[in-house]
Write a protein of this length. Structure first.
Length: 331
């Protein structure tokens, strides 16, 4: 309702949670005089790149300069920072599902949380917040500020599952093709890209898992009683995804190793065949060279059957070598 008007101020969404799973939109101009009921909470979702966002955050949000500096940092990693008065800063990463972007180029969301207020900042659009808005429109969304943060973390984690499963399926296909066709050669660039993507995801998901573990132990007054159980479940989910990513990296290594081994076997087999052929023709070449010496006394030089005799000799030598190699099981 107020999205277009609020966008001029850098405010993407301004919602007041009604404590029942729904929410109502408010305008940017209502923030200064807004009075929340005890059961209500406010969620302000800002565009971090907008100049008005930085102005509001530093002058009108009531946050400390330290908190503002952290929220507006250019580059961040997943982190959790408790603040005085039972407040917290939470920096999370999510899969980049924007058009033309690489999924492992993860997007950041910075969150300030308190008993009745959640301020979140993003630089690029987040699919997780869009899904959260749908739940709120249906009246099935978060009821409190702590649940709002939990829902955001949950939607971010769900997107990770889809990407990890996709990477695993690609490796499955490569393994099946290798098993089904000995001549199949995987595209090394594509396979290595899977390994790089898994490593990039692991870089951000590992500290994020630790953060979820910390949130299971933090008991802030405004947290819902069973929030710790849900944070623990998210922690377990990320642990499982990280294990799957590590397994995917190992399987990629095995695929490349299997291909190198196959290539080495084919090369050795080819060189072996060339060696056998060389062994067969070397004596023939010696006889041809010996009989071709331009000196007197060469056998059969005056005989009309000399060439035929020489050919039969070389054929006999070749057949004798073939028989010998077969007896020795070289061929």
């Amino acid at each position: 309702m107020f999205e277009e008007e609020n966008a001029q101020w850098g405010l993407v969404h301004a919602l007041v949670l009604d404590g029942k799973g729904g929410a109502r939109s408010i305008a940017r101009t209502e923030l200064d005089d807004l009075q929340l009921q005890p059961y209500e909470s406010i969620w302000l979702h800002w565009d971090r790149s907008h100049p008005q966002t930085q102005t509001w955050l530093r002058k009108y949000s009531g946050l400390s300069e330290f908190s503002c500096d952290l929220l507006l940092e250019e580059n961040t990693r997943p982190r959790l920072l408790p603040l005085p008065d039972s407040q917290l800063l939470l920096f999370l990463r999510g899969i980049n599902l924007n058009p033309g972007a690489e999924p492992e180029d993860m997007v950041s969301v910075r969150i300030f949380g308190s008993a009745q207020r959640v301020i979140s900042l993003r630089l690029r659009p987040l699919r997780a917040t869009d899904e959260l808005l749908v739940r709120l429109d249906e009246g099935k969304g978060p009821k409190t500020a702590s649940e709002l943060i939990l829902y955001m973390a949950q939607y971010l984690t769900n997107k990770v599952q889809d990407l990890v499963s996709n990477l695993s399926e690609i490796v499955d296909e490569e393994e099946e093709k290798l098993d089904a066709d000995e001549r199949y050669t995987p595209e090394h660039g594509a396979v290595l890209q899977i390994r790089r993507r898994a490593a990039a995801l692991k870089r951000f998901l590992a500290p994020q898992r630790d953060i979820f573990g910390q949130l299971t132990r933090i008991k802030l007054p405004w947290f819902v009683e069973d929030d710790g159980d849900y944070w623990n479940e998210l922690n377990n989910s990320l642990t499982r995804y990280l294990e799957e990513l590590e397994l995917t990296r190992e399987r990629v290594g095995l695929v490349l190793e299997a291909e190198d081994r196959r290539l080495s076997v084919r090369m050795n087999r080819t060189m072996y065949r060339f060696g056998i052929i060389t062994c067969i023709f070397l004596p023939m070449s010696f006889l041809a060279g010996l009989l071709g010496i331009n000196v007197g006394g060469i056998p059969f030089s005056e005989s009309p059957y000399g060439f035929l005799v020489a050919c039969l000799m070389m054929l006999s030598v070749g057949l004798g070598q073939w028989w010998l190699f077969r007896r020795l099981r070289w061929v």
